[in-house]
Write a protein that binds this ligand. Structure first.
Ligand SMILES: [Zn+2]
Length: 299
């Protein structure tokens, strides 16, 4: 994947949530993957039929799909939440040259610019345990992987954790070793059910398929006002056609079911959704579009 080094911090102003602030932290913008390689069941005919709108901001030359790699911060009157912790520094990722042993200040500088220090984070919610969602869980300090957010509880699905623990046992996995095990060893982790109500404002929604126990994170008192959807949806093409999966899905059929159910539940509601990898807009609402759905970005 080619990735340009760029960073962007934006504040989303959410009209229906006057007492919380949401920030997007983009660690790497404009990563690319060949669309036919990344989407597992997507025909050339279907790509061509949708090319005119995909090329506005999601598909570039040589049929490369655009992605960005970002985290979200949600600041409520009581707590500050980090949803997914992106790529991280000094991580051994030889299979991803643009992430491998990188050392840049985009992520931490972005936090600084919104006047949040790592020690202000109360909860780190990991939607799933793929490398690009857990990297800043830890920082290399004097040769030791140390929790980046010293006062945070890190919330991981128990089932997801046990899956990757077993995977790591069978074949050592660098990202589990450097971004998960150190926070477990330092007693920073709460292993939760993916169907979990954290408090009266925050709950997890099980959305398995991309990984074994992926969850989305929903904010709002007595309603789903805002949902961070993690990797339930990688590209708007999967809204128009929810039965398109990604080639890295753990269980394609289960992912299709989770995506379809989610879209049917939240279409034409006020709920604001924040997918993890859309290249430009970070927040929008779900609308009907023909027999499928579309992402209507917040202006
Ligand atoms: Zn991802």
């Amino acid at each position: 994947m080619q990735t340009s080094k760029a960073t962007k911090v934006s504040t989303l102003s959410l009209v229906n949530l006057p007492d919380i602030k949401v920030y997007t932290l983009v660690e790497q913008a404009l990563g690319t993957r060949p669309i036919k390689q990344f989407l597992s069941n997507c025909s050339t005919e279907l790509i061509n039929a949708n090319r005119h709108w995909l090329e506005e901001e999601h598909l570039i030359k040589d049929d490369l799909l655009l992605f960005s790699f970002k985290s979200f911060i949600v600041k409520t009157p009581h707590h500050t939440y980090l949803i997914d912790s992106c790529i991280g520094n000094h991580k051994n990722r030889p299979h991803r040259p643009e992430w491998h042993l990188k050392n840049d200040s985009f992520f931490l500088d972005s936090l600084k610019r919104i006047q949040i220090s790592p020690s202000d984070i109360d909860y780190v919610c990991c939607t799933h345990l793929h490398t690009d969602h857990i990297g800043w869980n830890t920082t290399l300090v004097n040769g030791q992987w140390t929790p980046t957010f010293p006062n945070a509880r890190y919330l991981l699905s128990k089932k997801e954790f046990e899956f990757w623990q077993q995977d790591h046992f069978i074949k050592p996995n660098d990202s589990f070793a450097d971004s998960i095990l150190p926070i477990v060893e330092q007693n920073k982790v709460d292993l939760i059910d993916s169907n979990n109500e954290l408090n009266d404002f925050v709950r997890m929604l099980p959305t398995p398929g991309h990984t074994v126990d992926h969850f989305a994170v929903s904010f709002g008192k007595d309603k789903h006002a805002l949902i961070m959807t993690g990797d339930l949806i990688h590209t708007p093409l999967q809204l128009k056609y929810p039965d398109i999966g990604s080639s890295i899905d753990f269980n394609l059929e289960q992912g299709i079911r989770s995506r379809t159910q989610f879209l049917e539940t939240f279409v034409d509601t006020d709920t604001i959704c924040c997918p993890a990898h859309f290249p430009n807009a970070s927040a929008g609402r779900i609308k009907h579009w023909g027999e499928g759905f579309k992402f209507s970005a917040l202006k």
